[in-house]
Design a protein around this ligand. Structure first.
Ligand code: KIV
Ligand code: ZN
Length: 507
């Protein structure tokens, strides 16, 4: 059997379904371009029928990405498939990914259909998509809980109908690794035409087993993996791309499987996705967490210094992580700045570079040493600086002290007009948030607040990530600054803008 495993990245579809994650088109294009540099084989760009925004994203990504296959999701209906086809029209390498639930529990309570009708519907959808002349993937939703004989029958039927790829999702993250392995093995033993399609897996992480289940599946014959950057996705997320890839690379001796991924781009992609979604990567997360290559215990440090392999099974360089070095400072020129931006994987138009260079100089006046992380923060801020934001912070001032009632004043551009508000709070950040709430004119609730230094030193930039909700919407927002109150305000305004944007989209 061929030892090449194809990587299907669904960060922009399943990943974007993470609670609180929301990306605009510009951000999605940037992620898609970075995924292309990472050399994934397929980018699932969205679910075109689900919203106008998703349709537009798939369409726009289709025109920007030239070498990677773009997949669009569709339920097993002609209307969904037509929308996916329409969105993919300008795409060079397109795939329609159609899905239908196959487990009895979904048939009974969700679809209210019997097994024969589901089988017919699946076959019809695959034939219909195939007739459009595109590559077709069929997913048997909740396959891990589907009666195994029935799953074999569906798999055989959709392959006979023309499916190029058949995906076996563990939609609810229920399977145990040995059970999932057995399931894939049985498909290979019982489905007579299995060699005519690629078998794919898509594992959710509800029990923390998504990566283990994925590895079991490829050991038993599956050759496509569906995964996301940083393990983003519905509920507890999907299998994390970086964990699977680095397992395949580090344990090549045991697994003997290869992929097209350029592992040196893993870290950069992880940071970009975290920065743009506003979803922080936990410090102890495998591969891309801040502590993944940090050796705290003296005995470990000593071992690593004498011979890295004593405690390091892979190098930080293999995922493109360089130890943070001082890169630029007050006297650095434009050329060095542009060079650094390019090295970090950012590309901007000339006008944007001018603006960024100005901001870089401002930052260099405030802090002596500028690290890679500082430049990344500036570049991400530029992405977050959306022209059509509802609220834009113009200025703020706060009064705080152990003998004062904390007070904040904000001036914000709202719908093109300058609006000023002031409020008290139980601290300067709370006061500023109360003032912003007055400007926004909606009731807001701060669900979560996190702050960290993004580089080293007393003058380091602070990064604040907040989760803010209003009625039944909840979004993350991120802000960076050398001033933590400013970073807090920027993060709050970012989240509130997402809430307002989504409220407007819905109305
Ligand atoms: O989890 C799932 O089953 C899915 C399908 C649409 C593939 O996301
Ligand atoms: Zn899923």
């Amino acid at each position: 059997m061929n030892n090449q495993v194809y990587i299907f990245d669904t960060t922009l579809r399943d990943g974007e379904q993470s609670p609180g994650a929301s990306l605009n088109i510009k951000e999605k294009i940037e992620i898609a371009k970075t995924l292309e540099q990472l050399q994934v084989d397929v980018i699932e760009a969205g679910f075109p029928i689900s919203s106008r925004g998703d349709f537009k994203s798939v369409k726009t990504i289709s025109t920007h990405i030239k070498n990677t296959t773009i997949a669009a999701l569709a339920r097993a209906s002609e209307q969904d498939i037509n929308a996916a086809y329409e969105a993919l029209k300008d795409c060079k390498n397109k795939r329609i990914h159609t899905f239908l639930a196959t487990s009895d529990i979904h048939l009974k309570y969700k679809l209210k259909m019997d097994r024969n009708s589901v089988l017919e519907k699946a076959v019809h959808a695959v034939k219909y998509a195939k007739n459009l002349g595109v590559e077709v993937e069929f997913s048997a939703e909740d396959a891990a809980r589907t009666d195994l004989d029935y799953l074999c029958k569906i798999t055989e039927s959709v392959i006979a109908a023309g499916a190029d790829i058949v995906n076996i999702p563990d939609t609810v993250g229920y399977a145990l690794p040995n059970e999932f392995a057995e399931r894939i093995k049985t498909l290979f033993n019982k489905v007579s035409n299995i060699d005519q399609a690629i078998i794919s897996v898509h594992c959710h992480n509800d029990l923390g087993l998504a990566v283990a289940n994925t590895l079991e599946a490829i050991t038993n014959g599956a050759r496509q993996i569906e995964c996301t950057i940083n393990g983003l996705g519905e509920r507890a997320g999907n299998a994390a791309l970086e964990e699977i890839i680095m397992t395949l690379k580090t344990r090549q001796n045991a697994l003997n499987l290869t992929t097209n991924i350029n592992t040196k781009n893993i870290y950069k992609t992880s940071r970009l996705v975290s920065n743009l979604t506003g979803i922080a990567v936990q410090r102890n997360k495998a591969i891309v967490g801040a502590n993944a290559f940090a050796h705290e215990a003296g005995i470990h440090q000593h071992g690593v210094l004498s011979h890295t392999e004593t405690y390091e099974i892979m190098t930080p360089e293999s995922i493109g992580l360089k130890t943070s070095n001082i890169v630029l400072g007050k006297h650095s020129g434009r050329h060095a700045f542009i060079n650094k931006l390019e090295k970090l994987g950012y590309s901007f138009e000339k006008v944007k570079i001018d603006e960024l260079f100005f901001k870089f100089k401002e930052l260099a006046d405030k802090k002596k040493d500028i690290f890679d992380e500082d430049i990344q923060a500036l570049a991400t801020d530029e992405f977050n600086n959306k022209k059509n934001d509802f609220l834009k912070l113009k200025l703020f001032s706060v009064l705080s002290g152990n003998q004062e009632i904390p007070h904040a004043k904000v001036k914000i551009i709202k719908d093109g007009k300058e609006v000023q508000a002031s409020a008290n709070g139980d601290g300067p950040v709370d006061a500023a948030y109360n003032a912003i709430e007055k400007v926004a004119g909606i009731e807001l609730k701060l669900e979560d607040y996190n702050i960290r230094a993004i580089s080293r030193g007393k003058d380091a930039m602070g990064e604040v990530i907040v989760q803010v909700s209003a009625s039944n919407l909840s979004f993350y927002g991120k802000g960076t600054s050398t001033d933590i109150v400013e970073a807090s305000i920027k993060a709050y305004v970012d989240a509130v803008n997402k809430i307002l944007r989504n409220t407007k989209l819905k109305s």
